[in-house]
Design a protein around this ligand. Sequence first.
Ligand code: AMP
Length: 226
Amino acid sequence: MTEVLAQPAVLILLGPPGAGKGTQARMLEEDFGLVQLSTGDLLRAAVAAGTEAGRQAKAVMEAGQLVSDDIVLAILKDRMAAPDVAQGVILDGFPRTAGQAAALDALLAANGQRVTAAISLDVDDEAMVGRVAGRFTCATCGEGYHDEFKQPAVAGTCDKCGGTAFKRRADDTAETVRERLKAYHAQTAPLIAYYDGKGVLQRIDAMGPIPAIRSALAAIVSRVSA
Ligand code: AMP
């Protein structure tokens, strides 16, 4: 069931690769009618479309490093201007640097808004390599699967939509995940203190089962948006 929030929310999901940001953002979309805004997805779409930004981002993404703030901010601003984000957004994978966080504050302030909550999905780094390296998604609906932890009930067929094509991200190799974890700790983890200082930080133990994390997140979102 979709709960309607009293006011549009701007939620940030923070956490290293594999923490479950994308999975939980999709669930928050279902639970609250919010829009998931993943800069990773937007960048992958730019790469696939062969735009100038996509061409510049491709090699950086494959190396597990961060794309420049200029490129990411341009893509994000475009997406934030679309009418469907009015009910509220879940930012998944953004901001990732202090510069992006400051730019987001300025963008929101220009519309009389601010960050409602930044929710850190706390996980053990060691477990993330295995989580990310085996994952794949339905090419039709985006449902997530994993070689070890979550195979489709019928091999080769998506549980959710019946699709039969699946895809894996080029950067979901063990080696690249280690680079992405390094980038996370060097450039993104400091944002936890940044949002704590603003009084909007929430933390969740994200090592447990997906439904338990979903409930914990939903409780936070209902509370901070009341
Ligand atoms: P994700 O899908 O969030 O894991 O992002 C995949 C890759 O896209 C990252 O490893 C980065 O190379 C790039 N990327 C996504 N979001 C950002 C961002 N906010 N800032 C810089 N690079 C990003």
